[in-house]
Design a protein around this ligand. Structure first.
Ligand code: GCO
Ligand code: MG
Length: 412
């Protein structure tokens, strides 16, 4: 089973997606997600200019060997561009192997460890009233776990708030951060940590009073706090029993989480911008986190993320794979197969793709009563309609960024 064709397909149905399609000499095809939000074309070039020539003529069955070859032969290791490109190759090879075996990928990973994957969605509102409506709309959609983000008094715009509050069926809801502004330069947002730290606990108090103690609630601080501020937030949220508090400090400094950990029992999740097992080395060994947030797409594919999660499992740390709409349906399918197979699954983030995206990518997963399942089609279970994809050319898009009141750039 020799790889004899490798194509990189860029399409922008509701937002940009980069997909690698591999074809073997015996006619099997495999898809891999290589989407890196806001820097998509860097991965396209990495794949087309540097990886595709290395793939042609290789045995498609040799997944581990291909991974090690691409990783080690580059010499310049790691980083989001490299690891997204390797991830796409890895996913496409698992897809091919599944199709060749006539089995869904989760069977090749050891079979199902559960019936379905508990998933959480993103509720948000500028006001408490809007937030409550959004939580109810998510519950009607079947979500049994909900991330809560709100506006902060005095701030104009803030990460994670839907800019269009039409919640019925959630069709048309757009979050500030997705898709990144299309065809434009990045939006500038504002930030004030003290107002945020004062406001957020009052929101969670209101949500608990309205929705009761059972509903699993999550919150994302999006890398904005210092360790001491993060510790303070974790403490102030303890009465509201969060499922997790995400990305409290910037991801570069693993040690920052020590101080946070020593001072709060609020569970911590981190890792959506990590790309290798080495980014997790210290925080897993020292048990500084509870959930691994990496996406299959940004962490070297199924092969590598499985190693991260197996390592984490020794410390009772669970998965909480990243699943925003900038992970394509192919990347989401890979996450679902991996999540179904591993023992230490925690929760899956699930934001629904738009209708145009669903027309480009035909998917076999199911979403029922708050649980996802990748389906039983051989491989990953996703097909890409190339003609449909061709209708939507790439649109340059940036994520927003932050400045403090005095003009200083702050973590977004
Ligand atoms: C999340 C993330 C996303 C990121 C986005 C950037 O928890 O889902 O924080 O919303 O901001 O993936 O491209
Ligand atoms: Mg996040």
């Amino acid at each position: 089973m020799i790889i004899d064709k490798a194509e990189v397909i860029v399409t922008s149905p509701d937002r940009n997606f980069v997909t690698l399609k591999l074809t073997t000499d015996d006619g099997h095809t495999g898809l891999g997600d290589a989407t890196l939000n806001g820097r998509e074309l860097a991965v396209v070039s990495y794949l087309e200019d540097h990886v595709v020539p290395l793939l042609l003529g290789r045995d498609a069955h040799r997944i581990e060997d291909t991974w090690q070859f691409l990783y080690r032969s580059a010499y310049w290791r790691r980083g989001p561009v490299t690891m997204a490109a390797i991830a796409a190759v890895d996913m496409a090879l698992w897809d091919i192997k599944g199709k060749a075996a006539g089995m869904p990928v989760y069977q090749l990973l050891g079979g199902a460890s559960r019936e379905g994957l508990l998933a959480y969605g993103h509720a948000s509102g500028k006001s408490t009233e809007e937030l409550f409506d959004s939580i109810r709309a998510h519950q009607e959609q079947g979500y049994r776990a909900i991330r809560v983000q709100t506006g902060v008094p005095g701030l104009k715009s803030i990460y994670g708030i839907a800019s269009n509050a039409t919640y019925e069926g959630m069709e048309g809801v757009r979050y500030d951060h997705e898709p990144a502004q299309r065809g434009d330069l990045p939006n500038e947002e504002d930030w004030d940590t003290r107002s945020y730290l004062r406001h957020v606990p009052t929101v969670f108090e209101a949500v608990r009073n309205e929705f009761g103690p059972e509903l699993p609630l999550l919150h994302d601080a999006h890398h904005r706090l210092t360790p001491i501020q993060a510790a303070k937030l974790g403490q102030s949220l303890e009465p509201y029993d969060l499922f997790w508090l995400e990305d409290v400090t910037p991801a570069e400094n693993q040690e920052a989480l020590r101080l946070v950990r020593q001072r709060t029992t609020t569970p911590l999740a981190i890792g959506e911008i990590f790309n290798t097992i080495w980014d997790y080395q210290q925080i897993v060994r020292e048990q500084l986190i509870d959930y691994v947030r990496s996406a299959v797409t940004h962490t070297g594919g199924i092969t590598h993320l499985k190693k991260v999660l197996d390592y984490a499992s020794q410390y009772q740390i669970k998965s909480g794979m990243h699943g925003p709409t900038d992970v394509s349906p192919v990347g989401m399918a890979a996450a679902m197969h991996l999540g179904l197979a591993i023992h230490n699954f925690g929760i899956q983030e699930y934001m629904q793709h738009g209708t145009k995206t669903d027309q480009v990518f035909q998917q076999s997963f199911t979403w029922q009563d708050g649980f996802l399942h990748p389906g039983d089609k051989p491989g990953l279970g996703v097909d890409l309609d190339v003609d449909e994809a061709g209708k939507y050319p790439y649109v340059r898009a940036y994520l927003p960024y932050n400045r403090l009141a005095d003009g200083t750039v702050h973590d977004w």
